[in-house]
Design a protein around this ligand. Structure first.
Ligand code: HEM
Length: 402
């Protein structure tokens, strides 16, 4: 089976992948996609089940060498990227994942998020105030991006003067999460990995000497109390927190407003009733999923809809498609900001379920809430363009008038 409708490098596809997803769902439960040598999985029930299936993993290196798994090791020149990436929470499996997730969860508690809430609201208020004062501008650069960057940097205790470094490092590293990254993308990711790691090693050394109330200090003390978080795991997990801590939130905010501008009746409904804010944020995350796809390695043979997918294969779980599956969502192609039954898969499921989901929700409620309150007449000033990425799907900018 092939799937020519799936065209992740085509701008037309990334602008609107949903008709292609509908075709994939109709055609079957699993599709071989030769250009990336992956099995595409488009149905909600399969994606939700496979995310919880322990026969799959974000990595295989806890059980097999590259050679044993039938894979070519990455070129030695890419090593700094892989060392950084492979030692972070997201790319580990049990028992390392369990240990690190427990340690990070200890440092990043619901109370941490609760304590941060007033700061998030104050920041959102200030950013939106500035946008309003200027009579509009680029919502992405002026609100969507600075809010989550400031929040996660604040949590990790990154000094304000260094925060400008985070976005470019993150963008360069995240280039590697797109399908079939080029050698140029890899070179940029390697450079960013070297610089980002060196920066964090220095920060960690500083916090060891002078602990503060930040997450890095909390991770060090969790380490020092004998539960073991190695220096590399700490560096990798901090990078993960800093990157995962803003990339998707930036895109959810800008993509969400772009969706609202294309649905004026739903936007008017929300403006008339701010009580819809929390279901609206969930619906925007379902309707246009900011992270379209996550991958899993098949560690033991599995069967999907009668097709045996052997050990050594890679699955591409199509979150964007799962979130539009009519088998799970009523009228899935319709934006309904009051949708009550909305178990979207946007934050994942199973052991890797997004650790930052409560924080992301606080941030999204704060920025959407302030924009509704302070900019009740905000409208689109220019048709936005999508950036080239498919996996991490976001706009270049979102120009608005007030
Ligand atoms: C709208 C915003 C966000 C979305 C859509 C999102 C989505 C996701 C998804 C789908 C996963 C699981 C990936 C997989 O199973 O392969 C994940 C994991 C993770 N996310 Fe988020 N995320 C968001 C915001 C955040 C924030 C604000 C943080 C802040 C700290 C964060 C930190 C993490 C971490 C640390 C993991 C790894 C968890 C693990 O492997 O155990 N995320 N996220």
């Amino acid at each position: 089976m092939d799937a020519p409708v799936f065209a992740p490098w085509s701008p037309a596809f990334t602008a609107d992948p949903y008709p292609a997803y509908a075709e994939l769902r109709d055609r079957g439960r699993v599709h071989w996609f030769e250009p990336t040598r992956q099995w595409l999985v488009p149905h909600y029930a399969d994606v939700a089940a496979l995310l919880r299936d322990r026969r799959l993993g974000r990595t295989y290196l806890h059980r097999f060498t590259h050679e044993e798994f039938g894979r070519t090791p990455p070129p030695p020149g890419h090593e700094p990227f892989h060392t950084l990436n492979d030692n972070g929470l997201l790319d580990l499996e049990a028992p390392d994942h369990t240990r690190i997730r427990r340690l990070v969860t200890k440092a990043f508690t619901p109370r941490t998020v609760q304590t941060l809430e007033p700061t998030v609201r104050r920041l959102a208020d200030e950013l939106v105030r500035e946008l309003v004062k200027n009579g509009g501008g680029d919502l992405l650069a002026e609100v969507a991006e600075p809010l989550p960057v400031a929040v996660i940097a604040e949590m990790l205790g990154i000094p304000e003067s260094d925060r400008g470094l985070l976005r470019p490092w993150s963008a360069d590293i995240c280039g590697m999460f797109e399908l079939n990254p080029s050698e140029e993308t890899a070179a940029r990711a390697v450079r960013a990995s070297v610089e980002f790691s060196a920066y964090l090693r220095e920060l960690i050394a500083e916090r060891r000497a002078r602990p503060g109330g930040d997450l890095v200090s909390a991770l060090i003390s969790a380490h020092d109390q004998g539960e073991r978080l190695s220096e590399q795991e700490m560096v990798s997990t901090c990078v993960l927190l800093l990157n995962a801590g803003h990339e998707a939130t930036v895109n959810t905010t800008a993509n969400g407003w772009w969706t609202l501008f294309r649905h004026p009746a739903e936007l008017a409904r929300l403006r008339a009733d701010h009580g819809l804010l929390s279901t609206a944020v969930e619906e925007l995350m379902r309707y246009d999923t900011p992270l379209q796809m996550f991958e899993r390695w098949v560690l033991d043979d599995i069967e999907i809809g009668g097709t045996v997918v052997p050990r050594g294969s890679e699955l591409a779980l199509l979150f964007g498609s799962a979130n539009r599956d009519p088998a799970r969502f009523e009228r899935p192609a319709e934006l309904d900001l009051g949708r009550a039954d909305n178990p979207h898969i946007t934050f994942g499921a199973g052991v890797h379920y997004c650790l930052g989901a409560p924080l992301a929700r606080v941030e999204l409620a704060a920025s959407f809430g302030e924009l509704l309150r302070q900019a009740p007449g905000m409208r689109l000033a220019a048709e936005p363009e999508w950036k080239p990425g498919y996996v991490i799907r976001g706009l270049r900018e979102l120009r608005v008038d007030l």
